[in-house]
Design a protein around this ligand. Structure first.
Ligand code: MSP
Length: 689
């Protein structure tokens, strides 16, 4: 029977847009899954979205949608990230899925029936962003520690899980299972935490305060605490899927998490499972944080790394795979790392374009010219340099599984790349291009090409978890694939054809950031019109959030809006929508703004742009509701963002944006901002202007 490997990522909050942090854990899960499949294990890989809670309820209200509509829309961008990064997850779970809701309720009922949950009054300092109570000592100047956001005093009756009664059992478990939390220093952190008395866990929220959650089955006036609901996704996920031998997938082999959610996973979660009589997960792996160019990433700094952006910029050279490769190569699992495009380009060029690309082209050329494209058979006895390369390949084949077992993915990749370097040295030392010129060295030449081709095949199989597409395209040139059972020396059949093909590992060039991300004050040369594919590219459409709105002092039809436009700062815009929306309707809404129009004065009030809305034939006006963060720009596949400056309003005439199926489209393609499509309630065919 194959070994089971069940791996999970955290489920992501739908209020955020996918960033490098989400991408990293997801790719790590995918690489581990692909690796385990390759070595013949039976794999289940789970990821998804965390969709309940106060923040979601508030965001939905602001966007004028029901919470369900809101999460249906926002969870999509995480699915899109999965497609972008080629994740091979078996399920994308959403905490609003029916089977999950039912399972959470059955666990709650079971705990209630066993007396593990009790009702009591609670007074504490609550922070909405973190969806949790803080103790007095956590608070500085009325703000919670994690996000620095305000806390409010809340007193209410709630339900509590007897978490404290499991403290000793949990300590014993961690002490008896030294590898339960990896890396070691994180385990020590948890042990330190558990030396303090462990309180009980408040697991409910009164519906009067929060209705967007899973109802407690034994009290309809309450919903369950978002973490209680979220953590159980790991058990719900594969409940409907049995292993080949009919057994169930739980317990998970490993939960991959970021270091910030260690306590919830290694204290709340195991005690909940103990209470419910469910086995504990086998391991928890806490990874570090990505920074951007050495700085902490934050929305206010505008340096959050967007996987869509990176993939798009380097699309022609396999951007998504370059990104995957860099994430895995650069971060030592457990430590923090820093992302920069220049860093990614350097690593990808060094390892893939140079090392792997060279091997492919060197061998292919000699096989084509000297052996009519057929790789010679491996001889039974090898000369010394060949024996050495074979021994190197076999030592890498033995070492990589050890590293992977310890989740030391960057080390496994380093081992793998050491094979690439060994193949290149072998080629340099044996110099097949010289052997080819000497008719008496035919046999030696055949051996060099056979040995190096086999080593290349293994190298590509070993790389396949990281760069699955590129590796399988390259393997296909040899008529091979990365399938279970392929990780052994000597499997390339005699006379395997080495096909010709395009350059698979092209060099990346660092793209100038200015072209994609104009900074607020950057003096830009007007975009060269010749390079512009469509007038759409010249318009700077941005997500803007209404901070304040008031009636225009003298123009009856106008509202004066103060907009937060992220990196572009604050803008004041006069909008002719007063007949349809009151000033109060507008505050907190996100809109689509044309941010690079020439300034204008409308009846004495300056307007620094124009917001877009679509008209229905019945005369009603429908605003666009983008999801992205303020300042994110709208884009359409195939078009660049090359905004000019001080556009005249007529520049918008050729840019026909319309609504199709409740979404904004340009030339039939969806317009997105921050990775999400832009919703609009106008009818099909309504034009946005
Ligand atoms: N919804 C909870 C998890 C519930 S799991 C039962 C949550 N979601 S999150 O979207 O805020 O975070 C998801 C993951 O992203 C966490 O593991 C977090 O550590 C990770 N990261 C967020 N920012 C990150 C970086 N800058 N770098 C690396 N990972 C980071 O928490």
């Amino acid at each position: 029977m194959p070994n089971p490997f069940y791996v999970t990522t955290p489920i992501y909050y739908v209020n955020d847009v996918p960033h490098i942090g989400h991408a990293y854990t997801s790719v790590l899960g995918d690489v581990l899954s692909r690796w385990h499949r390759l070595v013949g294990d039976e794999v289940y890989f789970l990821t998804g979205t965390d969709e309940h809670g106060q923040k979601v309820q508030e965001a939905a209200a602001k966007a004028g949608r029901t919470p369900q509509e809101h999460v249906d829309l926002t969870s999509q961008r995480f699915r899109e990230m999965g497609r972008l990064l080629d994740l091979t997850n078996d399920r994308f779970i959403r905490t609003t899925d029916k089977d999950h809701v039912e399972f959470v309720q059955s666990v709650l009922q079971g705990l209630w029936d066993k007396g593990e949950i009790y009702k009591s009054s609670y007074k504490g300092l609550y922070n909405v962003r973190d969806e949790r109570f803080y103790s007095e000592s956590d608070i500085r100047e009325g703000r919670g520690p994690a996000a620095g956001e305000p806390v409010e005093e809340v007193e209410e009756v709630n339900y509590f899980f007897k978490m404290g009664s499991y403290q000793q059992r949990l300590l014993d478990h961690i002490e008896k299972n030294p590898a339960w939390i990896v890396p070691d220093f994180r385990r020590n952190e948890v042990l330190g935490f558990l030396r303090q008395p462990l309180g009980d866990l408040c697991i409910s929220r009164p519906k009067s305060r929060l209705s967007w959650g899973i109802e407690l089955p034994f009290d309809k006036d309450f919903v369950t605490y978002v973490w209680f609901d979220a953590l159980l996704n790991y058990v719900t996920g594969p409940r409907g899927a049995k292993r080949a031998d009919g057994t169930s997938w739980w317990p998970a082999s490993v939960h991959l998490i970021g270091k910030d959610i260690l306590t919830t996973h290694s204290v709340y979660w195991p005690t909940m499972l103990m209470g419910a009589g469910i086995e504990l997960p086998r391991q928890i792996l806490a990874h570090g944080w990505w920074m951007a160019d050495g700085q902490k990433m934050s929305k206010s700094l505008g340096n959050v790394v967007d996987p869509f952006e990176v993939a798009r910029k380097y699309e022609s050279v396999g951007g998504a795979e370059a990104f995957r490769f860099f994430l895995m190569r650069d971060m030592v699992v457990g430590q923090d790392s820093s992302f920069s495009e220049a860093g990614m380009v350097k690593v990808v060029n060094g390892d893939l374009a140079n090392d792997v690309g060279n091997i492919v082209s060197r061998i292919r050329k000699q096989v084509a010219t000297q052996f009519e494209g057929k790789v010679p058979a491996l001889p039974a006895t090898l000369f010394d340099a060949s024996k050495e390369l074979k021994a190197k390949a076999e030592s890498v084949l033995a070492e990589v599984p050890n590293q992977m077992r310890l989740f030391r993915v960057s080390f496994a990749l380093e081992e793998t790349m050491s094979l690439a370097r060994a193949i290149n040295s072998y080629l340099e030392n044996t110099a097949p291009w010289k052997l080819a010129k000497d008719g008496s060295k035919r046999q030696e030449l055949a051996e060099v090409l056979a040995v190096s081709s086999e080593a290349l095949r293994l190298l590509l199989v070993l790389l396949s978890p990281y760069i699955p597409r590129k590796a399988s395209e390259a393997l296909a040139l040899l008529g091979e694939s990365a399938a279970p059972g392929k990780l052994a020396w000597g499997l390339l059949p005699a006379d395997a054809e080495f096909k010709d093909g395009p350059v698979l590992f092209p060099r990346l060039e660092v793209k100038k950031p200015e072209a994609d991300k104009p900074k607020a004050d950057a003096k830009q040369a007007p975009a060269a019109t010749a390079a512009v594919k469509s007038p759409f590219e010249l318009v700077d459409f941005r997500v803007a959030k209404v901070e304040a709105a008031e009636d225009h002092p003298s123009a009856e039809k106008l509202l004066v809006l103060t907009l937060d436009v992220g990196e572009l700062g604050r803008k004041q815009v006069c909008a002719g929508i007063k007949a349809h929306f009151s000033a109060a309707d507008m505050v907190g809404r996100k809109l689509l703004l044309v941010a690079n129009l020439k300034k204008a004065k409308l009846r004495g009030v300056e307007s620094q742009g124009m917001i877009l809305a679509a008209d229905n034939p019945d005369g009603s006006v429908h605003l666009l509701s983008p999801e992205g963060e303020p300042g994110s720009f709208a884009r359409v596949d195939g078009y660049d963002h090359l905004p000019g400056q001080n556009l005249a309003i007529e520049a918008l005439d050729p840019v026909v944006l319309e609504v199709r199926g409740g979404q904004l489209v340009f030339e039939g393609k969806p317009v997105t901002a921050g990775g999400a499509k832009i919703a609009c309630s106008a009818v099909d065919g309504a034009k946005a202007h």
